[in-house]
Design a binder for this molecule. Structure first.
Ligand code: HDD
Length: 714
């Protein structure tokens, strides 16, 4: 079987270094005797310019930073592999998709979009999901997001979108947040964004973990087979752990308690051997079906509902190795939707077409020149030979006289490859057209799929969308922008608009006959704008669009974390009972005590504390357990401890207590709100009971009990 899994690690090993047992040297290899003092004229005298050791060290330090990515600056990545489970040679000649079991190394980077490199992981935002496949035929990048549609239809609006969402230009606020005037001003004038807005205001924008997100290629791409026949495809990554979110209040608290929450989660999961895994699926759309749908396949604000075209799984990706060096690997990796291999090609989606220019261009500034493909993490494992030469930081030493083609002095080498032998050829699409600067009429439905998305949500999920919009628009200071947004929302769903309006203390404006499009008065109407419309959808509800009903979700607690609150006198048997049961399911119980060190158990043993009530927080765990023996007063008299329970309740998590700790729940401030059908509160008078542990695990596998919250849709 073709297993190329280690090829990239072997390739990277050439560049790895380790200072263990080595002498400290300058970059020129001179051994350093004193790294603590600069060279001076006398021990109390001025420093000497001659000190080449100091100058070299300081100069290098002064230049350590490179520009952060213009978007997606904040991210984390890991190495892994892609394995074919269902080969598709009939659809594509891409070499890495030909045989069952074939393995290709990958590096995957997840990111937020709007925030700076040091911003919080838990911002309400789209997540980038970029995968670099190091194939035997060269690098293939699938540069997607965790949301299958986009804000805009044409790449020409991308700089405007990004300017609008980034911190405002006068005061550089707010960081990593869309809840401000310029973003919503832009959106309120761009009705084509309404489908995407439904997604970003849903819990998709606050994932529990990178490991619990779906990924999407967004655009329609083409696969091309050896006979040069083509089908359209949409790419989907389906997470093994299901698709899950945190609560918005929780997200904001996590941002303070641990802004590296997602980064740490990915890192720790891999270190612990809980390798994150996704299936790769494709929706296959025959070429003759190109115009079959009520939406345009080239419009990146539209999905192809899975009810219309099911997802065919073709492989799986496993991330099993953390980078050795964040900067060298995660920061310097350069993705590009234009990195394709023979057998994968583009559609004419105008957003994709613009992206094909932008990504190389941006690396020229970010990575400092045209040789970024030579940086180890970007280097192809397929041989690279061409006549491109020179430029900043060139690593390759090209031998011989010839650096042009055609040539006779070099025997015509490097030579062109025939298509039949793997030479790339673009799909031979016939195009007969006028050169126009126009938007296709088929792109004009801006509300149909926004409705489909909204109607596919559970009542709890709809309620979250309303609350998210109340929050975001509530932060907008310009009343006219809020009102304009209510107008657009009313075209998605009148009840949604009314409920948002209630939170804003505003009234939904009547639907204008001629909806405000680009925010200009009729007299100054701009060129290039389109009247939005709503098209009736053939699919009116889709389970795949809901996170709660999502078919990817399986009842598992694998790699979840439970806060176990302890104090002196805690029942050792109770703690061990839950810890062991969790471990069996691949989850982890973390002991949290009033102080670090250890506490004395009821059987005079010592129980080590991983965290104190102060150094951890409820929002960093998936559930809270209070074991028998931890006194009511420990919780009642310690605000930090009490917060574990209050937050867990507010964020709809499982709370469990056994033995005398059951009284702690009845004395908690939220006790009177607990309803009989809340299966997320698990209490027993027994101690260390097996059935209690099983009930606890079964409840955790349901993830959250959103029905605990006030629901605006019942
Ligand atoms: Fe983009 C980065 C995904 C539209 C221009 N984009 C970037 C990254 C992801 C995406 C995941 C981060 C890659 C990494 O981890 O290094 N972008 C998307 C998706 C889009 C999209 C799924 C719509 C379907 N992007 C888009 C447009 C343009 C760009 C329309 C410009 C015309 N994107 C960029 C960029 C970035 C980038 C400015 C910033 C850093 C980089 O490329 O390497 O060129």
């Amino acid at each position: 079987m073709k297993n190329f899994q280690d090829d990239k690690q072997r390739d990277l090993s050439i560049n790895k270094s380790d200072g263990t047992n080595k002498v400290l040297t300058t970059n020129q290899g001179i051994q350093i005797n004193d790294d603590n003092n600069t060279l001076k004229a006398g021990e109390r005298g001025p420093s000497l310019l001659e000190d080449f050791i100091f100058r070299e060290k300081m100069t290098h330090f002064d230049h350590e930073r490179i520009p952060e990515r213009v978007v997606h600056a904040r991210g984390s990545g890991a190495h892994g592999f892609f394995e074919v489970t269902n080969p598709i040679p009939e659809l594509t000649k891409a070499g890495f998709l030909q045989e069952k079991g074939q393995i290709t190394p990958v590096f995957t980077r997840f990111s937020t979009v709007a925030g700076s490199r040091g911003s919080t992981d838990l911002a309400r935002d789209v997540r980038g999901f970029a995968v670099k496949f190091y194939t035997q035929e060269g690098v293939y990048d699938l540069v997607g997001n965790n949301i299958p549609v986009f804000f805009i239809q044409d790449a020409n609006k991308f700089p405007d979108l990004v300017h609008a969402v980034k911190p405002e230009q006068d005061n550089e606020m707010p960081q990593a947040a869309s809840a401000h005037d310029t973003f919503w001003d832009f959106i309120s004038l761009m009705p084509e964004s309404m489908h995407m807005i439904m997604w970003t205001m849903s819990d998709r924008a606050i994932p529990r973990s990178y490991r619990m997100m779906e990924g999407f290629g967004v655009h329609t791409f083409r696969l091309v087979n050896a006979q040069e026949e083509s089908v359209f495809v949409k790419f989907h990554w389906k997470p093994k752990l299901g698709t899950h979110a945190v609560a918005w209040d929780e997200a904001q608290k996590i941002s303070g308690k641990n802004p590296d929450f997602h980064r740490e989660d990915l890192w720790e999961a891999i270190e612990m051997g809980n390798f994150p895994e996704w299936e790769l699926g494709i929706q296959i759309i025959p070429a003759e079906d190109e115009e079959k749908y009520e939406f345009d396949l080239l419009d990146p604000t539209k999905i192809v509902p899975e009810e219309s075209v099911p997802v065919t799984i073709i492989g799986r990706m496993v991330l099993n190795k953390n980078p050795d060096n964040f900067f060298s690997e995660t920061e310097q990796i350069a993705f590009h939707p234009g990195h394709v291999v023979p057998g994968i090609d583009f559609s004419n989606d105008p957003l994709l077409q613009g992206r094909l220019f932008s990504y190389t261009d941006t690396q020229l500034t970010r990575l400092g020149g045209p040789n970024f493909h030579e940086i180890p993490i970007n280097r192809s494992i397929a041989p690279v030979h061409n006549n491109q030469r020179d430029g900043f930081m060139r690593q390759e030493i090209n031998k011989g006289r010839v650096n042009y083609h055609p040539n006779s002095l070099g025997g015509g080498c490097p030579y062109q490859q025939q298509i039949a032998n793997g030479g790339f050829s673009s799909f031979n699409e016939r195009i007969e057209a006028h050169k126009v600067r126009e938007r296709s009429e088929s792109f004009a439905d801006h509300f149909g799929q926004a409705k489909l998305f909204f109607n596919s949500q559970t009542p709890e999920e709809k309620s979250h969308i309303v609350k998210a919009l109340r929050f975001e628009l509530g932060k907008v200071k310009t009343t006219a922008i809020r009102v304009r947004m209510l107008g657009l929302l009313s075209q998605v769903d009148t009840e949604l608009a009314e409920k948002v309006a209630l939170g804003l203390g505003a009234t939904v404006p009547p639907i204008l006959e001629k909806p405000i499009n680009k925010g200009v008065s009729p007299e100054t109407e701009e060129a290039g704008t389109q009247e939005p419309r709503t098209t009736e959808q053939s699919v009116t509800s889709s389970e795949a669009l809901s996170m709660v009903k999502n078919p990817t979700n399986k009842p598992t607690i694998e790699s979840r974390k439970v806060a176990i609150l302890v104090s002196d006198g805690v029942s050792e048997a109770a703690v061990q009972n839950i810890k062991t049961a969790l471990k069996k399911q691949g989850a982890k119980g973390c002991v949290i005590a009033p102080h670090l060190g250890s506490v004395l158990t009821d059987s005079d043993g010592a129980l080590a504390a991983e965290y104190s009530f102060l150094t951890a927080s409820s929002v960093l765990f998936d559930a809270v357990y209070v074991p028998h023996g931890i006194g009511l007063n420990v919780i009642a008299e310690n605000d930090d401890a009490l917060e574990y329970l209050n937050d867990a309740y507010k964020h709809c998590k499982v709370i469990a207590a056994d033995g005398d700790a059951a009284d702690i729940i009845s004395a908690a401030p939220f006790a009177s709100k607990i309803t009989n059908d809340d299966s997320g509160i698990i209490i027993t008078n027994e101690v260390a009971s097996e059935s209690f542990a099983q009930e606890f695990i079964a409840a955790m596998a349901k993830h959250r009990f959103w029905q605990r919250e006030p629901n605006l849709y019942i």
